[in-house]
Design a protein around this ligand. Structure first.
Ligand code: COA
Length: 337
């Protein structure tokens, strides 16, 4: 009998340095009023110089293992799946290094590149490995240091993104167990790949044999078009998963959307018919942390007692690629670390 993946541990880590809107207003032609009213973000964390994505991932991974009651030792998990837009290096992947530094022995370890949808893609991959009987326990991490790819000349992206890491442990469990994943929906549209892009540093630019244009090594985004697509795709993906599972919107305890912009989250909740108080929002404190966004929002909502064991959760995300995805689960009786 296939065993479903169950969420058995959750961990979150934010680098200590807070960067307020006021601090950014000193550096860029912007104001706290613009940032707060257009995005909902008030502050975010940026890693100190010398700190990279693996450093945050190790911290979050450690906490998730602790939350799951697992000792970080060889054999504790069979797979480590790390979603990130900001790997330590273009090659090799960051996950094997994170697995080694956590003392996990020699598990399968690889990165997933789906930008802000990465954590949901990673959860789906982990869940499938468990359903197929290929893994009993998987550590799934979403970790980002966006501060390393932001263009210091670009006020729009520089005020939105923050650094952080979140991690989950998925374990083979029983049908009907609280914490069991019920289904996933994933999608992409590569025709819109230019809406969110780092133009230089990959084979497309290197194959041209010329130096990259100034600024092309940084993250770029066409914000307004991304905004409209994000609302449409997260709403459609969520609705399609709800329909497939036969879940009514009323039966969903909380909607945990990718923390991109409070106006996006409000629009998705409205279009799905989820009351605003059941949509989890923590971007005011952390900004858009891309692949770390969903686990950080979950940890935040769990820590203050908003999530009740057994309630239905709908997760949804959208990001570069374009990519999007949704996941459904019941909330387990766990204490995030
Ligand atoms: N401070 C002040 N003004 C700013 C600014 C800033 N930080 N950033 C942009 N502006 C200006 C623009 O230059 C523009 O000025 P103009 O009208 O004189 O040309 C004006 O604000 C409106 O810009 P626009 O990009 O149309 O604003 P917007 O209402 O769409 O908000 C975003 C911009 C980026 C906040 C919004 O589009 C967004 O959140 N998009 C989704 C981003 C996202 O979440 N991406 C992650 C992947 S899901």
């Amino acid at each position: 009998m296939p065993q479903p993946a169950v969420l058995t541990g959750l961990g979150a880590y934010l680098p200590p340095r807070r960067v307020s809107n006021e601090e950014l207003a000193d550096r860029f032609d912007t104001t706290d009023e613009w940032i707060t009213s257009r995005t909902g973000i008030r502050t975010r964390r940026w890693a100190d110089p010398g700190i990279s994505t693996s450093d945050l991932a190790v911290e979050a991974g450690h906490r998730a293992l602790k939350s799951a009651g697992l000792v970080p030792e060889p054999g504790a998990v069979d797979l480590v799946v790390l979603a990130t837009t900001t790997p330590d290096h273009p090659c090799p992947a960051t996950a094997p290094d994170v697995a080694a530094r956590l003392g996990l022995g020699a598990p399968g370890a690889f990165d997933i590149s789906a930008v802000c949808s990465g954590f949901l893609y990673a959860l789906d991959t982990a869940s499938n490995a468990i359903l197929a009987g290929r893994a009993r326990s998987v550590l799934v991490i979403g970790a980002e240091t966006y501060s390393t790819i932001l263009n210091p000349q670009d006020r729009t992206t520089s005020v939105i993104f923050g650094d952080g890491a979140g991690a989950a442990v998925l374990t083979a469990g029983e049908e009907g167990q609280t914490g069991a994943f019920q289904g996933f929906d994933l999608g992409s549209d590569g025709q819109q790949k230019d809406l969110i892009c780092i133009p230089a540093g990959g084979s497309r630019q290197r194959s041209q044999g010329t130096a990259p244009a100034p600024g092309d090594e940084f993250f770029t985004m066409r914000g307004r078009e991304v905004f409209l697509s994000a609302v449409q795709r997260m709403t459609e993906s969520s609705q399609s998963l709800l329909d497939r599972l036969g879940w009514s919107t009323d039966s969903v305890g909380h909607l945990v959307g990718h923390q991109a912009n409070s106006r996006i989250l409000r629009a998705v909740a409205e279009q799905l018919g989820v009351p605003a108080e059941r949509a989890v929002v923590n971007l005011d404190q952390v900004g858009n942390t891309s692949a770390a966004s969903i686990p950080l929002a979950l940890a935040d909502a769990a820590a203050d007692g908003r999530l009740v064991p057994g309630e239905r959760l709908l997760l949804t995300a959208f990001g570069g690629g374009l990519t999007w995805g949704s996941a459904a689960l019941t909330w387990p009786d766990i204490v995030p670390a």
